[in-house]
Every structure is written in structure tokens, then in C-alpha cells.
Design a binder for this molecule. Structure first.
Ligand SMILES: [Zn+2]
Length: 90
């Protein structure tokens, strides 16, 4: 985890806002949200670039198991292809 300044104004002085669980994860790790003087609320400390993949590298992670149903039709595979295309277009 790394401590960061506000990504909006750069201020490093923050106050604790709320401690939360990852609602999409099965583990009990808690995360601290802080509030900057500019009123922006963000995760701090946050996972480093090397650590962040551990939170998404699981088939149990809920967004990986999202079913996209529209009028009773399963559009999950179409949705995943659109996400792939959308993320590959820069
Ligand atoms: Zn700020």
C-alpha cells in the first residue's frame, strides 16, 4: 500500500472519512477512505501498481461473474467482448 496526496489538488493533508470492506471481495480486508480539504474523497493508502492485480486476479471476484440479462436474454459474452474492445481502443 502507498500513501498518496489528493489527486484533485495535490494536498497531502486529509482526514479519515470512512473505513470500508471491499463489497465485491470475500476477504475481510478493510480500506480507508479519506477526505481532502477540497472535499474529494479517495482511498488512502491505496494498493501499489504491483499490488492492484491481486484484487482482480481471481475468478471469484464478483465483476468477473456478472451476468448481463436483458429481457431474459443472456448478453454476458457480448458484454465481455464490448469491454475487451472498449479497453483495447485508446
Ligand atoms: Zn484535494
Amino acid at each position: 500500500m502507498e500513501s498518496i496526496g489528493c489527486i484533485v489538488c495535490g494536498n497531502r493533508k486529509t482526514t479519515p472519512y470512512i473505513e470500508v470492506l471491499d463489497r465485491l471481495s470475500q476477504n475481510s480486508e478493510t480500506f480507508q477512505l479519506v477526505k481532502c480539504d477540497c472535499n474529494f474523497v479517495f482511498l488512502n493508502p491505496r494498493p501499489t501498481a504491483d499490488e492492484i492485480s491481486t484484487y482482480y486476479n481471481s475468478t471469484d471476484y464478483d465483476p468477473h461473474n456478472v451476468k448481463k440479462m436483458i429481457n431474459g436474454v443472456d448478453y454476458t459474452s457480448v458484454y465481455k467482448r464490448l469491454l475487451y474492445v472498449g479497453n483495447s481502443v485508446k
